[in-house]
Design a binder for this molecule. Structure first.
Ligand code: PLP
Length: 390
């Protein structure tokens, strides 16, 4: 006996590789629609092109992002590949300008793929000290006339928060298209498309999924021509999210705002606690007036929150003492706050900066906390108690 079909409030999982199209006219129409309305054709054809679970999660992100279209990919890196590749043609792509304080994987993608394999002309724009100079940025735009500008809203691990609206506006004045990696700010704190960005991407592996157990990325925008290009690229390169992961992501997105609100509240509480602690030399958190880019954070993020990453430096008379104390701090906390090389998990996790960034940030007492959604008071008390034991 066949099981009875039941209704569900969730999108059932469609694991089909290809979808039932019935007869020849239906199949013909499906392929024609796919060509003429690539973002929302009437029927599904093949899961690498489009899948109901993926679309259900994409529609939720479109609303969060205030975007006309969103496309999910199997990782944040795949989203970056899609976003950039839509601007690459066999004619001259021009120069692409990347801010330097972006995810290390993106910087490696630039070196190993964009430069070494694709031969793209890349220019990089670095901050001076603790912030980017917009005067120098405007000069660079004037001199190099890049066709694409790529930056992150909040950098990692120093949490340089940019003046996003101004960066986009200057790029537009000089005719460049703009891609923003908004993983750290999330659409809850900033919606770059509202400020004129062409494409916004996220590693959805982080706060959108938020449990440290799902890998996904998303590309969003408003321009229908860019949507067409991005759909085509995702389809032919095969950067599609699986239906099972999309199903899980759809559920996780329902709690995104609640979770990220708690992430931000906890992070601010920890930043304040660390700031006033005698064992701490320096705290980097965009919500603190002491952060060099606090003014940008206020301008760009308003008072909705300042993200969930806190970076701090443990005091010590020299490097050896800092290193020793950093090790001890991690040891004492290891039962409650483990060392895991990711961020955006519901649980608080940490990373020693020097072990990961090496020469770029050779600070042996520095730790990056990815603050979770646990009970705020308990979290603050565990950190205080670990500092007391140094
Ligand atoms: N963008 C940022 C800011 C990230 O931190 C990461 C990964 O850590 C990525 C993109 C890449 O995302 P994924 O690991 O999902 O490929």
């Amino acid at each position: 006996m066949r099981a009875k079909r039941v209704s569900s409030t969730r999108t059932p999982i469609y694991r089909d590789a290809g979808f039932l199209l019935g007869d020849i006219p239906t199949m013909k129409q499906a392929f024609a629609d796919e060509h003429n309305h690539p973002h929302s054709p009437n029927s599904y054809i093949y899961s690498r092109y489009r899948n109901p679970n993926v679309v259900a999660a994409e529609e939720m992100i479109m609303e969060m992002e205030n975007a006309q279209w969103s496309l999910l990919t199997q990782s944040g890196m795949a989203a970056i590949d899609v976003a950039l590749s839509v601007f690459q043609t066999k004619e001259n792509t021009g120069k692409w300008l990347f801010f330097t304080e972006i995810y290390g994987g993106t910087n490696s993608f630039i070196d190993k793929v964009l430069i070494n394999r694709r031969g793209i002309d890349i220019i990089r724009f670095a901050p001076e000290g603790d912030d980017y100079s917009l005067v120098h940025y405007a000069n660079m735009l004037e001199t190099h006339k890049p066709s694409v500008v790529f930056f992150e809203a909040i950098s990692n691990p120093m949490l340089i928060t940019v003046d996003g609206a101004e960066i986009i506006s200057l790029a537009k004045k000089h005719g460049a298209r703009v891609i923003v990696d908004n993983t750290f700010a999330t659409p809850m704190l900033w919606q770059p498309l509202n400020d004129g960005a062409d494409i916004v991407i996220h590693s959805a592996t982080k706060y959108m999924a938020g449990h440290g157990n799902l890998s996904a990325g998303v590309v969003s925008g408003n321009d229908p021509e860019l949507a067409k290009q991005a759909i085509e690229y995702r389809k032919w390169v095969g950067h599609m999210l699986s239906p099972d992961e999309a199903y899980r992501l759809e559920d996780m997105l329902k709690t995104f705002k609640l979770r990220f609100t708690q992430h931000c509240t906890n992070a601010f509480a920890i930043a304040r606690c660390l700031y006033s602690h005698p064992m701490v030399e320096k705290v980097l958190y965009p919500g603190l007036p002491s952060h060099p880019t606090h003014t940008n954070a206020i301008k760009m993020l308003g008072d909705k929150g300042y993200g969930a990453i806190v970076t701090f430096d443990i005091k010590g008379k020299d490097w050896a003492e800092k290193e020793k104390r950093c090790k001890r701090f991690i040891e004492v906390l290891s039962n409650q706050i483990p060392l895991v090389p990711t961020l955006g998990d519901a649980d608080t996790i940490l990373m020693p900066i020097e072990a990961v960034w090496g020469d770029k940030f050779p600070f042996p007492g520095m730790i990056r906390l990815s603050v979770g959604i646990e009970d705020e008071a308990k979290l603050v008390s565990s950190i205080k108690s670990a500092l007391e034991q140094l």
